[in-house]
Design a protein. Structure first.
Lengths: 203, 203
C-alpha cells in the first residue's frame, strides 16, 4: 500500500490527498509535524534529503518527492492526466507556474499568517509577496475568463494543483473578491465527484 | 519551424537551447531583452500572460511556457527522457526541485549581481538567499556522491535543468569548491556530445 508522509494543513500535501481520494486509491497516512521540525530529522532526511512533505513511499524504501511530480505519477492513465503529449505539456506548464509564480507568494504568506501566527513578525516579507501573489491570481483569472478548466476543457491535475493554495489564499491575506472567474472555478472544483477538504484524508 | 523567445543570459532559456542543440532540432531564435522590459509588453503578454522567457512557439500562435515543461515536451521519445513512468516521475521530481529549491536562490542572486550589477542594492536580499541556495547545492552534492547522473544512471533533462544555473552559481556568489561531486558532474555534463555554452544558440 502507498504511504504518504504529509502535514494536513499543507496545500502541497492536500493536492496529493485530493487526487488519491478522487482516484479511489487507498493509502497509509504518516503525519509529519513540520511546525515541530519533523521534516528535518535525520530519519526524515534519509527518506527525502530536501526535507519537505509531501513524500510518497511507493513501495518500502522507494520514495518520490515534490507534490506536482507525485500528482503526475499517480494520475497517469486516469482522466486527470490525458495522454496527448501537448496536453501533458500544458498541464506541466501550469504545475511549474504553480510552484514558481504562485506557491512562493500565496502559500508562504498563508504559512506565516495562519499556521505560524506571525503576521506582525513577517510584516515586511509579507508586503513584498503581495504584488507577485496578486499577479499570479490575475494570470489565473484572465485564463479562466474564457474557459472552465485550465487545460483542454476538463478537470485535470492542473486544476488540483492550483486549487490547493488558491482556495485558501484569503488565509494568506489575498482577497479573491476581485477575481470572479477564479471564484466560479473554485466552485466547479468543489463540485467534482470525490472532492475532499484540505485537512481530510483517507475514506 | 519552432520559434524560441529567449534571453541569451537566461539559464532557463539555456536549458531549452542546450536540449535543442543536442537533439539537433533547428529553430528560430527571437531575442527578448528582459532587462529592457521586453517580456512585459502587451505584445509579449499576449503570447505568455505570465510575462516570462523562455517561450516556445510550437506552431504559429501556439505557445508553451515554463522552461522545464518545454524540456519535458521536446525530450519526449529521446534518450534525454526515458519512457519508464517512474523514471519520468523522478526526473520531474528534480525539475520541480530546480524551480522551487534552487532557481529562486541561485539564479536570482546571479541576476542581481551579474546581470543587473546591483549587489550592493540587493545586499540584504542576497544574504537571505545564501543559506537556502547552499542547502540546494548540498542536496545535489550528496545525491551525486553515489551517482554520475541525477536519474537512472544516464544524462537526462534532469541534468540539463540543474546544470543551467549550477554551472554559473559563482556568478551569484555561490562557491562550488566545497562541492566536489557537483564539480565532477559539471565536467561530465560539459563532455556530453553536442554541448554548447550558456549564450550559444543555433548551429
Amino acid at each position: 500500500m502507498l504511504k504518504l508522509y504529509d502535514f494536513l494543513d499543507s496545500g502541497n500535501g492536500y493536492k496529493v490527498r485530493l487526487l488519491l481520494a478522487q482516484l479511489g486509491i487507498p493509502y497509509e497516512l504518516a503525519e509529519v509535524d513540520i511546525l515541530k521540525g519533523e521534516s528535518r530529522t535525520p530519519e526524515f532526511l534519509a527518506m527525502n534529503p530536501n526535507g519537505r512533505i509531501p513524500l510518497l513511499e511507493i513501495e518500502p524504501g522507494n520514495y518520490l518527492a515534490e507534490s506536482n511530480a507525485i500528482l503526475f505519477h499517480l494520475a497517469r492513465g486516469s482522466a486527470y492526466l490525458p495522454e496527448a503529449p501537448l496536453t501533458q505539456a500544458r498541464i506541466l506548464q501550469w504545475l511549474f507556474f504553480e510552484q514558481y509564480s504562485h506557491e512562493p507568494y500565496i502559500a508562504t504568506s498563508r504559512f506565516w499568517i495562519a499556521l505560524l501566527g506571525k503576521a506582525e513578525e513577517f510584516r515586511d516579507e509579507l508586503a513584498k509577496k503581495r504584488a507577485p501573489g496578486y499577479a499570479a491570481l490575475g494570470v489565473m483569472d484572465r485564463h479562466l475568463a474564457q474557459r472552465d478548466w485550465f487545460v483542454d476543457g476538463r478537470y485535470t491535475i492542473a486544476d488540483i494543483a492550483l486549487y490547493a493554495y488558491t482556495h485558501v489564499a484569503p488565509e494568506g491575506g489575498f482577497e479573491l473578491t476581485g477575481f470572479p472567474h477564479i471564484l466560479a472555478w473554485l466552485a466547479r472544483v468543489r463540485a467534482q465527484p470525490g472532492h475532499i477538504g484540505i485537512t481530510h484524508h483517507g475514506d
